[in-house]
Design a protein around this ligand. Structure first.
Ligand code: MG
Ligand code: ZN
Length: 225
C-alpha cells in the first residue's frame, strides 16, 4: 500500500547528535509534551528499538495482527529515506506514518510530535513507534511513549546486549528474536537473557520467532495489553 503520510526532517531541524546538554533537555521537554498529549487522548505509545535487521518491523506486524481487533492502532515508522517497512505495516490495515529522518540515525521527540499531528488521536488507542535501526543514540532521545521494547536477534551474535547497556537500562521489554537460528549461530538465548537481567532486573525478557509468531503473545502480556 502506498504511504501517503511521510514526515520529513527539514534542514537544521533535527537535534545534532553532538549530545549537547541543552539539546537533550529540549528533546526531553518535547517528549513530556508528547506524553501529555497522548495521555489526554488515552493513547498508549510503545517505542520499538533495535538494530537494523533485528526484527522490529516483523514484531510490529505480528503485534498488529494479534491486537488490531481489540485496539485501534497506528504505527510510526522511522527510517532514513525509505518507506519500505511502512508499506509492509500498512498492508495490515492500520494507519501508518513514515518518518524520514534524512541522514539522522534516530527519531527524536520533535519528529514524533510532527507525526502525531497527522493522526486523529481520538480515533486511536495504541501507537507503535519503530525507531531507526540503532542500539545507541535512541537511548538518549525519549519520544514520550509509555513503554519501550528493545529487539535483539541471535544472528547479531552473543554480545549485542553487553555492548549496548544504555538502551537496555530503560526498557520495559527485551525481545530476543530469531530463536530458531540460535543453535546454528552458536548463540545462547539464556545467556542473552541473563545479560539483560544484569543490566535491568525490571525488564521482562521474551524469546521470539517473529516470522512464525512464536513468543508474540508473551510480548503482549509483558506490555500488559
Ligand atoms: Mg524495520
Ligand atoms: Zn542517532
Amino acid at each position: 500500500m502506498k504511504i501517503e503520510d511521510v514526515v520529513k526532517a527539514e534542514e537544521g531541524e533535527i537535534f545534532d547528535i553532538e549530545l549537547d546538554e541543552s539539546l537533550l533537555k529540549a528533546n526531553a521537554e518535547l517528549a513530556e509534551q508528547n506524553r501529555a498529549l497522548l495521555r489526554k487522548h488515552g493513547v498508549t505509545a510503545v517505542d520499538v528499538m533495535g538494530s537494523i535487521g533485528a526484527g522490529k518491523t516483523s514484531l510490529i506486524e505480528k503485534l498488529v495482527q494479534k491486537l488490531k481487533t481489540r485496539y485501534r492502532i497506528a504505527v510510526f515508522k522511522g527510517d532514513l529515506t525509505t518507506t519500505i517497512d511502512a508499506e509492509k505495516i500498512s498492508r495490515h490495515g492500520v494507519k501508518t506514518v513514515a518518518i524520514n529522518t534524512g541522514n539522522e540515525c534516530h527519531l527524536d521527540a520533535n519528529l514524533v510530535r510532527k507525526a502525531l499531528s497527522r493522526l486523529d488521536l481520538n480515533g486511536i488507542d495504541l501507537l507503535f513507534i519503530e525507531n531507526v535501526g540503532n542500539l545507541i543514540c535512541p537511548a538518549d532521545f525519549p519520544l514520550g511513549s509509555e513503554k519501550r521494547i528493545v529487539v535483539v536477534s541471535v544472528t547479531e551474535g552473543p554480545y549485542m546486549v553487553v555492548k549496548h547497556p544504555f538502551i537496555f537500562m530503560d526498557t520495559d521489554v527485551a525481545v530476543i528474536n530469531k530463536i530458531d537460528l540460535a543453535e546454528a549461530m552458536g548463540v545462547s538465548v539464556e545467556k542473552l537473557r541473563e545479560d539483560v537481567k544484569k543490566i535491568n532486573p525490571n525488564a521482562v525478557t521474551v524469546a521470539t520467532n517473529c516470522r512464525t509468531g512464536e513468543g508474540v503473545d508473551q510480548v503482549i502480556a509483558a506490555l500488559k495489553l
